[in-house]
Structures are given as C-alpha cells and as structure tokens.
Design a protein around this ligand. Structure first.
Ligand code: GDP
Ligand code: GDP
Ligand code: MG
Length: 335
C-alpha cells in the first residue's frame, strides 16, 4: 500500500470523524428508541431498586438485545451498582454504556482489520456472500468491491446467484458503480461453474480479490450445504485454500430473527464473518449487541445505507459510542 493510501486510510478509517458521523446518523432510530427510553426511566433522584432494574431489562429486551445478553448486562449492572455504591439512577446510563462496551469488546467482533489488504503471495483472496433473500448480499458485494478498489486492490465479482431472475443485472449495476469487472453466465447456470470461471479469470489476470455472490437460500439446509460445498470444491481446483471468507449477511431490521438466522447458518456453513445490513432503517440496532455477544464469529461490517460508501468496518467501541452518542467522540471533530 502506498504512502498516500496509508494517510487516506487513517483519515477515512473506522475511527475517522466522517465515518463516525455516518454511523451516528445511521443509528438515529436505535438511539432515539433505546437511549431515549433509558433516559426516561433513569432520571436524577430516582431510587435504584428491583422495579427500576426490571424496567431497564424490558427496554433492553424490546430493543432486540436478546434475553441471554440482557441477563448478562443486568448481572454486570448489579455488580457495578453494589461495587461503586451507586445511589442515583441517572448515573446508571454511563455504567450501562461501559458494560455493553465491555461485553462487545470481549466478543470476537472486537478486533477488525480495516485496511482491506490482501496477502500478495496468495492471490486471489476469495470471499463468498451467503444469507437469505433480500438481506443485502448483492448490495454488500458492491460496497465491499468499492472499499477494496479504494484501497488500491483489483476486484473481480462472480455472479453465482444464478437462481434469481434479475440477479445478474442487479449485480452488474453494482459492479459498474464500484468500477470492477464481473463474470456471469446465463440465468439457471451451475453456480459452481460461475465460481470456477471467476477464479480462472482472476488467476489469469492476477486479480487481488474475488467476491462471489450466491443465492444462499436456507429453505433447504441440505441443499445449501451441498451447494456451498460444491462451489468451494470447484474453486479449490484453482485456489486450494479458497474460499478464505464466507460472510453471512443479516438484515438488522429483523432483530431477533437475524440472530436466529446466524445460529442456523453457522450450523450448515463455515461462516467466517457477519455483515449486518440496514442498520440505518431500524430501531433494532440492539441486535448487533446480541449477535456480537452470542456468536463465536465476528461482526465484520455493518451497512448504514443504500449508497456504495455506506458500508463500515465494524468498530465495537465506535458502535457503542454512536449508540449512546458519546461526547468524547463528538468533541474530537473540528468545529
Ligand atoms: P440480496 O437479496 O441479499 O442480494 O439483497 P440485496 O442486495 O438485493 O438488497 C435488498 C434490499 O436491501 C435492496 O433494496 C437494498 O437497497 C437494501 N439494502 C441493502 N443494504 C442496505 C443498508 O445497509 N441500508 C439500507 N437502508 N438498505 C439496504
Ligand atoms: P458436477 O459435474 O456438476 O457434478 O460438478 P463438478 O464438481 O464437476 O463441477 C461443477 C462445474 O464447475 C462444472 O460444470 C464445470 O463447469 C466447472 N468445473 C469444475 N472443474 C472444472 C475443470 O477442471 N475445468 C473446467 N473448465 N470447468 C470445471
Ligand atoms: Mg442478491
């Protein structure tokens, strides 16, 4: 990576002010609902008792944080209240933020590589996208391609969702937006054949990154597993350790359903990372906390809008800060 790329990365990277603004904007609905309701019960002078804890618990659960993760947060909160001898309910919001932040920082989602670099001695780096229909796989592929291209990588997209009629056209639009090439065959073609063609082309051209779109349907677990295995097996003929990543796209607007899908998919496919889409359109952003806490695989990226630059590398501390609208982050920005 060149010197100026490095500088640019630093400016626009995950902790950058611009990026944080977009994140905060994207999380508006979640923040209004979640923190808004918390502040309404955590007012100055209110006594801390079982009733208050029950109210906090309900807010967490109805914000899609999930029962198991909510239990953990409430238990941690209880310990802190006793340890720090907290008397005033108003102080609880900061403790909640610290504990949620701690929980996410202890999860596999805490460390993310934001550099979009590729192992030069093992190209192409192969990424597959899976997930149920409409969650945002194709959109995410366009956004990922854009990010890799911005980081100076060459990208080739493989249109292996040969199941849906309009899939090729839609993916082609995203490839054009990102300014990268796409390999496709006719609607109904063998997805493994498309993947094979894409990797062959990438190998011949010396492409850095291959991103494979899939139909990734879960209506039939056996079918999905077999299809993914077949695509992987055929790709290995060209790149023995492909695919390097299998990303599961999940629609955050579906809340607890997204967590359920994560559990189902990880049973049938070796998922390496989660992409949580549509965080901008929902008050259910709490699902991110549930998924980060419950899953043994990291949340890698989040979608905060429909534009090509609306994909962010998941940054646990920035996420919690944006959810609670942290002042220290806001203060870092130039006036
Ligand atoms: P796929 O069926 O999984 O390939 O899903 P698509 O990529 O076709 O996306 C389905 C819909 O979700 C499209 O209308 C996208 O514009 C929309 N979408 C995807 N990601 C996001 C996001 O981060 N935010 C918003 N608001 N919409 C999104
Ligand atoms: P099956 O024949 O459909 O049961 O599955 P295969 O594992 O043989 O491969 C699936 C698809 O990938 C094939 O239809 C080919 O289009 C493609 N493919 C796999 N291996 C090769 C190969 O060595 N050369 C070429 N040209 N295509 C291959
Ligand atoms: Mg699609």
């Amino acid at each position: 990576m060149g010197f100026f790329d490095n500088i640019k990365q630093k400016i626009t990277g995950v902790t950058g002010a611009l990026s944080f603004d977009r994140l905060k904007e994207g999380l508006t609905k979640t923040r209004d609902s979640f923190v808004g309701r918390l502040r309404a019960v955590l007012f100055a002078g209110r006594k801390i008792d079982a009733q208050l804890l029950a109210e906090i618990e309900e807010i967490l659960i109805t914000s899609d944080v999930g029962v198991a993760t909510t239990d953990k947060i409430i238990a941690r909160l209880n310990v802190r209240v006793k340890q720090d001898n907290i008397q005033d309910a108003e102080l609880i919001i900061d403790i909640l933020k610290e504990e949620i932040s701690g929980l996410v920082s202890e999860s596999p989602s805490a460390y993310q590589d934001a550099s979009f670099t590729v192992d030069e001695s093992n190209k192409p780096h192969v990424i597959m996208l899976v997930g149920v229909n409409g969650v945002g796989k194709t959109t995410t592929i366009g956004k990922l391609a854009h990010n890799y291209k911005k980081a100076g990588r060459t990208v080739l997209i493989g249109a292996a969702d040969t199941f849906r009629a309009a899939a090729n056209e839609q993916l082609e639009i995203w490839a054009n937006r990102a300014g990268v090439d796409i390999i496709q065959q006719k609607h109904g073609a063998d997805p493994a054949a498309v993947a094979f063609d894409t990797l062959s082309a990438a190998k011949a051209r010396g492409t850095d990154v291959v991103i494979i779109d899939t139909a990734g349907r879960l209506h039939n677990k056996q079918g999905l597993m077999q299809e993914l295995e077949k695509i992987s097996r055929v790709m290995k003929k060209i790149q023995p350790d492909a695919p390097h990543d299998i990303f599961l796209a999940l629609d955050a607007t579906t809340g607890q359903n997204a967590l359920q899908q994560a559990k189902e998919f990880t049973k049938v496919a070796p998922i390496t990372g989660i992409v949580l889409t549509k965080l901008d359109g929902t008050a259910k952003g709490g699902a991110v906390i549930a998924i980060a806490d419950a899953m043994q695989i990291p949340v890698r990226y989040i979608g905060v809008g429909e534009r090509i630059d609306d994909l962010q590398v998941f940054d646990a501390s920035a996420f919690v800060a944006a959810m609670f609208e942290d002042r220290t982050h806001a203060d870092e920005q130039p006036a």
